[in-house]
Ligand binder design. Sequence first.
Ligand SMILES: NC(=O)c1ccc[n+]([C@@H]2O[C@H](COP(=O)([O-])OP(=O)(O)OC[C@H]3O[C@@H](n4cnc5c(N)ncnc54)[C@H](OP(=O)(O)O)[C@@H]3O)[C@@H](O)[C@H]2O)c1
Length: 327
Amino acid sequence: MKALQIVKYGEITESLSINEIEKPTVQSKDILVEVKAASLNPIDYKMAQGHLKELLDLDLPVTIGFDVSGVVVEKGNDVTSFEIGDEIYARVPQEQMGTIAEFVTINADKVAKKPENISFEEASGLPLTGLTAIQALEKAGLKEDDRILIHAGSGGVGSFAIQYAKAKGAIVYTTTSSKNVDWVKALGADRVIDYKEEDYKEVANNLDIVFDTLGDDYTFDAFKIIKEGGVVTSIVGPPDEESAKIMGIPDYNLPEQLSNLIEEKSIAYKHTWMQPNAAQLKEIKTMVEEGDIKPTVDLIYEFEDGIDAYEYLATGRAEGKVIISLS
Ligand SMILES: NC(=O)c1ccc[n+]([C@@H]2O[C@H](COP(=O)([O-])OP(=O)(O)OC[C@H]3O[C@@H](n4cnc5c(N)ncnc54)[C@H](OP(=O)(O)O)[C@@H]3O)[C@@H](O)[C@H]2O)c1
């Protein structure tokens, strides 16, 4: 079968290659999925570039990609939750990475049926970003009437998080650049802050929650605009102790600058290292079918143009999700 593989660490054009490889075989708890569409995520190209080498040591060559939608074509002896022909979507576990290919095996416990009212392409864009947003916002204890700032509302995670937070009854502020203001507003955000025109720190402050999807100074500056007792929830800042354990970082301590900020203002700091979760995929399916969440697809590429698709995503300017179609 054909697969898009990381063959060495480095620039995207040099590290990725389309190769002919053997079709994977199912273990007892797996399903074999014929891939109809797969979506790209920044973690994929960060791995190819070698930025996550110390955290996730890859045995190269390895097929890239975590997000998938497709059809079950085979199942292991212990699988009772799916039948041949079922249409599914998933964020595959780390050890089964490799969705940008014609087929992928997935532990059935990490899979859910795909939302029925959307295409395979749309469905493939939901798992990783949706699970990340849900897990980060649940950790923050998001509830009705909370005032939350979600950074990068036009990104894969941000565009899902806005819709999820609105469905939970929160008051949503979000940042984006001028070109994206209208469609981000259409996702339901109460106040879209054009970061080219306004200083978000002046518009959004005394917040209950800041969802940090940008990192660096944004993580630390979140503490300037949050109310006492609020929560900074990050997916790109330094891990907290819980994430450090999941990420396998031994003897971890929070950076001193962060510990001081937490103490000074009695603000909680949470970090999420997204984990596959079938129950949350089912929740997303229901929300999509009930119209609370709409997929945000930017561009759809053919499999053969997968390397171009990754180069585009790596510009950091994608508006929603970048998808590869194998239909
Ligand atoms: N910890 C985890 O488990 C986890 C899970 C998922 C993702 N992540 C990380 O979270 C980050 C976001 O992921 P993603 O999939 O949402 O990325 P993405 O889709 O590539 O984000 C692109 C978007 O970011 C916006 N953006 C860039 N700079 C901005 C700024 N200064 N202010 C506001 N918006 C800005 C861009 O909008 P403009 O063009 O308008 O600037 C663009 O629409 C990535 O670093 C990813 O690796 C972590």
